[in-house]
Design a protein around this ligand. Structure first.
Ligand code: 6R9
Length: 649
């Protein structure tokens, strides 16, 4: 446990209450809502009714540890809930998506527009042979067609696997392969700070030249940047061409509540990313309830979630939660500093955004740039702010509160994971007083605890492992194709509770303070990167014998990758080698995993049984006193590293 670093947190005693006018209009004003949530099945049974079902469920939960079935017997369709059901009344012509491109182009799609395009694209997918249960990989920029493709899959019961556009061709290859997708939806390229990233070329690189089995038969390419691409006859088609004259009549497939909705890959403690599987019914109930209550959603809100759809936040709170709830969603394609450092504030001013949901790493970046950027814009439309992805430090919280929220907007710090599918801990803003740096308390109907290694509850005021004690509706169904890995990774420790991989403390008021990961996962700018993945990429380089990576504390990114590398016998150290190794990681995974530091060493510190002691490497990377070194095989190795790295600082 990283005691020393974080012991200051529990001393944070400031309490913030939402303004009076906020509480009296809040969606949830009943202070007993958390108590009502304690009768979990009744609570979630009640919330199930917020969706439109083709057939109601018979049993709200069947729990066969660790496999849960929610809303058993129920039939519904996620795209129908996001679109069709809004078409009857006033929402038909309401803006569903307000898209702002990086270059300043703009597109507004009403619910009717989105419905039509989704139905058409669903027919396109069908015409290429996609049927219920098939997997479709989506490798796209943050543009409306990405949402259209996701919902089109959901409409016909196909399973989408969105791969973040920042992942490299190699990473994409693994994900296409693991999901056995036969169709890929992509774009020619994606804009980033005025440059373009070649998405289609990456797809080409990811696919084998000759097809053996389960290979991709069709690539549908959206024209975004207009950059040249190779289109292979028979296999590659343009989105705008295949969408021509396609019927917009496509009935939504009635799905079993426990059928798969999507797979999303995330980093774990081993080298191979896990395909987290979410199912239709429980996921949709979970994201709809939390989106409405945590963001205090009103009909007239203009809601902006800055996450990319390549991450779970994009899935749950840019697409499924907000659209199910019929909200107006702002979607911005590009970088926060393009063309100027006030781009976010310009967007808020332009569209009169009322709710902003972003990440601590972005907030810390804005802090660094200074408050003159937000001050230069009219942010008075904002009424609620959200944070997600990593712990928000009290300084960043206060800055966000003061300079973005004008001291009138509650901040909802939302703790959750790819696996949990929905927000698990956050304030319900009309009733929960806020403490800067704490995600406050579990959402109603969610049972979270902090336990010791044996799974016993730790007393208030203390810390331990964060676990979820009871099943919740949006919980992952399994790891794709690997029930055993699902069971072993998540449910085998801590007396059978769900293990989050996080460490946390709770205070005397029962407020939770999440500290960070306790497993071998590094959280860089809110993105999860497995140490094993980066190490695998380094070892793949012909000069490298062995590698160990740790997360080094970073002012803006939260953590940065610090790699210790030993070279193979006879390899001569060249000046360019470090850059070459960094480039190799980018090639294998993507630029999000690029190590900030690589330190070459003859040997890595190991225990007598041969395990690399990452804990000590982390102490060194952070410039801290080293912890216990008594189990090391050779203490000289670590002393050498410490001396040399301290000397570089
Ligand atoms: C939604 C998302 C999950 C990990 C999680 C934790 C960290 C997310 C947080 C937070 C502290 C918050 N995390 N939100 N830590 N406070 N509000 O980010 O999912 O990409 O799977 O990451 O992120 O460590 O375990 P995912």
């Amino acid at each position: 446990m990283k005691e020393k670093q974080h012991e200051g947190l529990l001393e944070e005693k400031r309490l913030f209450f939402p303004p009076e006018g906020f509480c009296s209009k809040a969606v949830i004003q009943n202070p007993e809502i958390h108590e009502l949530g304690q009768n979990r099945t009744k609570f979630w049974d009640e919330q199930g009714k917020r969706l439109d079902w083709f057939k109601p469920w018979d049993t709200v939960l069947e729990w066969n540890h660790p496999f849960a079935k929610w809303y058993v017997g129920g039939k519904l369709n996620a795209a129908y809930n996001c679109l069709d059901r809004h078409l009857e009344g006033a929402r038909r012509n309401k803006a569903a998506l307000i898209f702002e491109g990086e270059l300043g182009d703009r597109r507004v799609l009403t619910y009717q527009d989105l419905y039509r395009e989704v139905a058409q694209f669903a027919n396109v997918l069908k015409s290429y042979g996609v049927v219920k249960g098939d997997r479709v990989t989506i490798y796209m920029p943050l543009i409306p067609e990405t949402v259209i493709a996701m919902l089109a899959c959901a409409r016909i019961g196909a399973v989408h696997c969105v791969v973040f556009g920042g992942f490299s061709a190699e990473a994409l290859k693994d994900r296409i392969h693991d999901s056995r997708s036969t169709i890929v939806v992509t774009a020619d390229g994606s804009y980033r700070r005025g440059n373009s990233i070649p998405l289609k070329a990456n797809v080409d690189k990811a696919l084998p030249v000759t097809c053996i089995n389960n290979c991709v038969e069709t690539i549908i390419v959206v024209k975004r940047t207009g950059q040249p691409v190779d289109m292979q006859d028979e296999r590659d088609v343009w989105y705008h061409e295949v969408m021509k004259n396609v019927s917009s009549v496509c009935p939504a497939e009635p799905m079993d509540a426990n059928d798969m909705l999507f797979i999303l890959y995330t980093s774990g403690t081993t080298g191979k990313p896990k395909g987290v599987v979410h199912s239709v019914g429980g996921y949709m109930v979970g994201v709809s309830t939390t989106h409405e209550w945590v963001f205090d959603l009103k009909e007239e809100d203009v809601y902006w979630c800055t996450a990319d759809v390549g991450w779970i936040t994009g899935h749950s709170y840019l697409v499924y939660g907000p659209l199910t709830n019929g909200s107006t969603v702002v979607m911005y394609e590009g970088a926060p500093d393009y063309p100027e450092k006030d781009r976010y504030w310009e967007i808020i001013e332009k569209y009169r955004v009322t709710i902003l949901y972003t990440a601590p790493t972005a907030i810390r970046t804005f802090m660094k740039w200074g408050e003159s950027y937000p001050r230069g814009r009219d942010l008075s439309s904002l009424r609620l702010l959200g944070s997600v992805g990593e712990p928000i430090n009290p300084e960043a919280w206060m800055w966000y509160y003061k300079y973005i929220g004008g001291e009138r907007c509650p901040i909802v710090d939302t703790w959750w994971q790819t696996e949990t599918g929905m927000i698990m801990m956050a304030p319900v803003p009309g009733i929960t007083p806020l403490k800067p740096g704490s995600c406050t308390i579990p959402f109603p109907g969610v049972h979270i605890e902090i336990v010791d290694p044996e799974g016993n509850l730790v007393p208030k005021g203390e810390g331990g492992y964060l676990v979820v004690r009871e099943p919740w509706p949006a919980m992952l169904k399994t790891v794709y194709g690997d029930d055993k890995r699902y069971e072993d990774t998540y449910w085998s420790q801590f007396g059978g509770a769900y293990s989050t991989g996080d460490e946390a403390k709770w205070d005397e008021d029962g407020y939770f303070w999440v500290i960070g990961r306790v497993d071998d996962v590094i959280n860089v700018s809110g993105h999860r990167i497995g140490t094993a993945e980066v190490e695998g990429a380094l070892v793949d380089h012909p000069s490298v014998a062995e590698a160990a990576c740790v997360g080094k504390t970073h002012e803006v990114k939260g953590q940065a990758v610090f790699a210790f590398v030993s070279l193979k016998e006879g390899i001569v150290i060249r000046d360019e080698l470090i850059d070459e190794l960094k480039a190799h990681v980018v090639l294998k995974i993507g630029s999000l995993a690029r190590p900030d530091d690589i330190f070459l060493t003859a040997e890595l510190p190991k225990t007598r049984s041969g395990k690399i002691m990452r804990r000590l490497l982390k102490d060194i990377a952070d410039g801290r006193e080293m912890g216990d070194t008594s189990t090391l095989a050779d203490v000289a190795v670590i002393n050498f590293l410490k001396k040399n790295i301290d000397a570089q600082k």
